[in-house]
Write a protein that binds this ligand. Structure first.
Ligand SMILES: [Zn+2]
Length: 144
């Protein structure tokens, strides 16, 4: 799933390239903390692996030809009777491992949209932990 960012400026810190200035700023904020053992950048979470669905335009890959009426291979599924669907993965901005064992997964959001609400719900359903979303409001980092 692609991430649309408005006015995104690529920023490089310690050789890491960030999608936005805000993300880079939050990374610098995390680097200052002494209670953090490790910061992972862009951890990926697989919500769904690729799957197949039954083709609804044919019966077991066969359709009657509009010209002859003879049964021919379905063009949509190439006669397989199945269609491939892509998987669904999500890349968060950070996974932070604290020295006390606590783990946080964090997304730095400029704005939230409907598709992000679905991503957050699916992440929490699959991972069983809250997805933290941080935003800079009047110079302060807040969980939103
Ligand atoms: Zn078909």
């Amino acid at each position: 799933m692609g991430k649309a960012k408005i006015n995104a400026i690529r920023t490089v810190i310690n050789g890491h390239e960030f999608d936005s200035q805000t993300e880079a700023e939050y990374y610098l904020e995390l680097l200052k903390r002494e209670d953090i053992a490790e910061i992972e950048l862009q951890p990926q979470f697989v919500f769904m692996i690729p799957f197949q669905v039954k083709c609804s335009r044919c019966v077991k890959g066969r359709v009657p030809s509009p010209r002859t009426g003879n049964m021919v291979n379905c063009k949509t599924c190439k006669g397989t009777g199945k269609r491939n669907r892509q998987g669904w993965s999500y890349r968060a901005d950070f996974r932070v491992h604290y020295k006390n064992g606590k783990v946080e997964v964090i997304d730095v959001k400029g704005f939230a949209n409907e598709s992000f609400r679905l991503v957050r719900k699916m992440f929490e359903y699959k991972q069983g932990i809250e997805l933290l979303v941080v935003k800079k409001i009047k110079g302060q980092w807040k969980y939103v």
